[in-house]
Structures are given as C-alpha cells and as structure tokens.
Design a protein around this ligand. Sequence first.
Ligand code: PLP
Length: 409
Amino acid sequence: MFHINDNFEKLPGSYLFAEVARRVKAYQAAHPEADIIRLGIGDVTQPLVPAVVTAMHQAVEEMGHQETFRGYGPDFGYDFLVNAIREGDYAARGVEVAYDEVFISDGAKCDVGNIQELFSPDAVIAVTDPVYPVYVDSNAMAGRAGDYGSDRWSRLCYLPCNAENGFVPAVPDREVDVIYLCYPNNPTGTVLTREQLKVFVDWAREHHAIIIYDAAYRAYITTPGIPLSIYEVEGAREVAIECNSFSKTAGFTGTRCAYTVIPHEVCGLNSQGGKVSLNALWKRRMATKFNGVSYPVQRGAAAVYTPEGQAQIKAVIASYMENARIIRDSLSVQGFTVFGGVDAPYIWLKVPQGMTSWDFFDLLLDKCHIVGTPGSGFGPSGEGYFRLTAFNTLELTRKAMARISQAQW
Ligand code: PLP
C-alpha cells in the first residue's frame, strides 16, 4: 500500500468553525424557538455592486460571440486587470509595481496557502498569534510546523499579539526564514502604523527573511496614514510578498478573484548558495498549476477600479463599518473592553474575567442567541478574547446589540 503525507494527520481534528457549527446546531435543536443571529461569519452579505455586475454581463455576452470569444487566458491575468490594479491600488498611493510583478488568482487563501511551496522544507516560520489559520495549516501540511501539542505547534515561532502589547507583535527573538503578517488583522481587527511595519521590514532585511503580507482587508482602513500596502514602507520591495483579494473589498467571496505581488528584488538562496528570484519561481508554479481566473470575473474585478465601481464599493464598505461602530459602541457601553473595528470589519473583545473564550461563546449563545468566534480558535494568545464581525446586515447587527444591552452582565 502507498504512503500518505503523514503531516495531514498531525492537524488538530476539530476545526474551529466546525466546532462552532456543532454547538450552534445542538443549541438550536434544544431551543427551537431561539432566533439566532450570526456575528461569527467572515463572509460578506451584500451583493456585488452594479458596476461589477454590468461588466460581468458584458463579458459573458462577449464570450457568446465568435469575434469576441476568448479561450484560455494569460497565466498571470489579463492586461486590463493587472494595469487597473497597478494604477488603482499602487500608483495612486505613490507605489510603483511592474506589470510582471502582479499575479491574478482566484483567492488570497490559495495564494497565502500555496506560497510556502517556494520555501525549503526546513524553513522556519513565524506567525502572529492569534492568526488566520491558513498560514499555519499550509505549513503544517508541508511538515514545517513540527508537531501539535495542547495549543501550539512545536516548530513555529509565535509572535503574541494581546492587549498588553497593544496588538503590536515583537520581531522574532530567533532566526526565522518567513514571517506572515496580516494587516488589517483577522481576527483582532487591529492595524500597524508605517513605523511599526518598518520595524518588521528592517528586521527581515537584516536577517534575510521574507514577509508574506496579507492585505485582504486593506479597503477597510479609515485612519489616515495607516499603510494600505507594505510597499509604502521603504525597503519592503526587497523582502515582501503581498497578497490582496477582491473578496472583502468588493464582495467577491463567491465570485473569486485576488492577486499577489512579488517584486523582482525578493530573492532566496538555493542549496548551492545562489540567489533566486521568487517572482520567477512563482511564475513557473502558476504557469504549471493554475489556469487563471475566468474572463468575466476579471472584467468584474477591473470594474471595481472605475469611478462608479469605487463609489459603489466604498458605500458597501462604509455600511459594514457602520455595523462595526455600532458593535464597538454597544459593547463599550456595556463595559466590555473592545479592540479593532475601526480599520477592519472585526471587533475583538476581552471576555469577562475568569471565563475562557469557549465559556463566553456558550454564554452569548444562551443569553442573547448570538454566535461569535472564540479567540482561542485562532491561536494560544487568542484565549480570553472573542471575535465579532461587522458583515451581517444593519438590522441584525442592531438587533444583536439590543439583546446584549438588555442582558445582565
Ligand atoms: N486572508 C485573510 C486574512 C482572510 O481573513 C481571508 C478570508 O476570510 C482570506 C485571506 C481569504 O481571501 P479569499 O476569499 O480571497 O481567498
């Protein structure tokens, strides 16, 4: 019999959202009358904006005519989308990104999960803690995380982010090869200033490490001066790969489009000690394993950068951020300590003294019929915290907060 990749069996069994779903199902079965509101979802709820829908309709129409039909697209994305991204997301903020440094894909999850294929099997990985689980699990599947015991992996370098350090991670206290950063952060909803980010860029340059920067929530930044891209920080082009997504920016969670930027300067060493461009390796990888994103979807994504598209997506994002404000304000009035929710659609709250994140999950479900996500599911430093999201409708967000206000805490 052939052998499987044993690393898959090392992954902890009960995945966070599966456990959440199990508890909600059990509660609903025991309390059929409970009208449960979900503030745990990381998915958007508002439809695609009209500019995107129109562009996609037109593209589908083109695909139905001989003269305008298109078969396989370019491996790394159509010119019209690559150039719209370079202009709209970078040049407009004073950042130059070359045409062949942008790779269109079908998701930031796939990109942040697949990028580790470029690293050596024994590369040492650092992650902020709590963390978006994909960075950890994708490296665990490749055997780089070591073994999982109680609440952590033996070979990962965890960079705790908590109220005590203001959710600003310290740089690694040992040599690491790769650092995953996500800002605005999922799950904490916090951001780093340019100066705080520069500390990481400088560290990576000095220690010949690479940063994988996940900017999937960049469109939610409202505070002036907070960098939307790591390339706004001097020196980042040498050490950073940036992943972005249309999922949360433009409601593409079910439509699928994202992109990753790999500057030519980003290099690693091969086993002979020669310098190799990661851009070249990713090109090779994508050309081999990826078929590109469909033409209509890329047309829809490009429409996000038109003046109408921009106005429309900004209105949707503003509505989610209004939900975030409502959640923050209501919880604060009730005496909860809250973080995030200003530059991100996530609110990270401290659970009442003496409770675990899962205790609070059960309490909130029972007292208010509200579902959130226990912080401990995102890593050891998430224990004692809880995540609520601003992605539900205004009506249900208000209703949920009214329930919290009326409860005895
Ligand atoms: N990165 C972070 C930090 C996320 O929270 C998510 C989705 O929740 C993603 C990436 C996934 O993005 P995509 O839908 O483009 O795969």
